[in-house]
Write a protein that binds this ligand. Sequence first.
Ligand SMILES: Cc1ncc(COP(=O)(O)O)c(C=O)c1O
Length: 396
Amino acid sequence: MKYGYSGRMANLNGTATREIFKLLSRPEIISFAGGLPASECLPKKEIQEIAAGLLGGKDAMRILQYGTSEGFDDFRDALAHYVGKVGIHGVKRENTLVISGGQNGIDLMLKTLIDKGDTVLVEDPTYLAFLQILNSYEGRAVGVKSNADGLDIADLTEKIKKHKPKLLYVVPTFSNPTGKTYSAANRKAIAETTAKYGVTVLEDDPYGKLRFSGESVPALKSFDTCGNIVYITSFSKLISPGLRTGVAVGESEIIRKMTICKQGTDLHTSNLSQLIVKEYMEKYLDAHIKDSLPLYRERKQAMIDAIDRYMPYLKHTDPDGGLFIFGRLPGGLNATQMLPQAVERNVAYIQGSVFYAGGGHEDTIRLNYSNANTEQIERGIKSLAKLIEEKIGGRK
Ligand SMILES: Cc1ncc(COP(=O)(O)O)c(C=O)c1O
């Protein structure tokens, strides 16, 4: 069959993501490739109990019937209160939209704002799927430089003046892929700069609550003085990605536009998921996060220790939370070319180049530590180090 694909399909290739999912299904693989929360932290028993109670009680009919695109009012009110914990205050119901995970929020934001050829500024490197979704709307990503503090404000200003972007997209806390966090001063500077030039900002925060060391930093949105920042967060890494639930917070005007887009995309987020998350938030969430953090801390530390022991030549980030370490291979090794050889030795990672707006940076890799136990992390890093040393001719 010859299908008449749209022109925008020419820009789309899901290769990197598809490869990840193929690898995950092979049991012998030690995968540092995905971005999944630790399966030990998925609260099966509590969700089972909540779901049974909801479906056996007075909410059964509102769960089984269609809902509104904005989400349930009582859940939206709870979410308006919830984002106060990251310093976003004064949020009303009309400032919230229940989304089917952060991915849905990104898609709705881009659907709302982006015409063919529009420019979006992103931190370089940034979340791969953001670049893919932007491609599907035929937008153009331009990378902004960053430093230890966050975004390079001089570069941001220059690129705003040069490209007149529709949007700036950032993951300021425990970024995917680097694990880096922007300082409060840097967030304030980003808020001021984008407000000054009238640039809309999408702050994506799926990992902020997964902090296992250091002091928490208020959301970028908490520095918003003119309503140009939309904040999205999700329960995927905190409760369960399968529930597909999160929230977008912004001025009621743009939330309304995103809601209209959501009607066409998925009509509304699953009613059952919304009410499960609402009840889970009330009863368990804070304690669950507290109980989960030691496991993430332990696995991150196991990976850092293994890197220090077996590949001290790898320049890498050392995050205080989230799921990822980002590294630069020695001797200009090409991570894309090395990946099949690593997989032959049963270790998977993601080449860093796919996270850059303009590609390149072929010697970078993203390592995820949440989905392997400490013994597998040690074995996987050791095996990767052996491969690297074979390629560069010994330890350098
Ligand atoms: C930065 C970032 N944004 C959004 C998402 C999407 O997550 P979800 O749609 O499950 O909330 C992810 C998932 O890994 C992510 O890393």
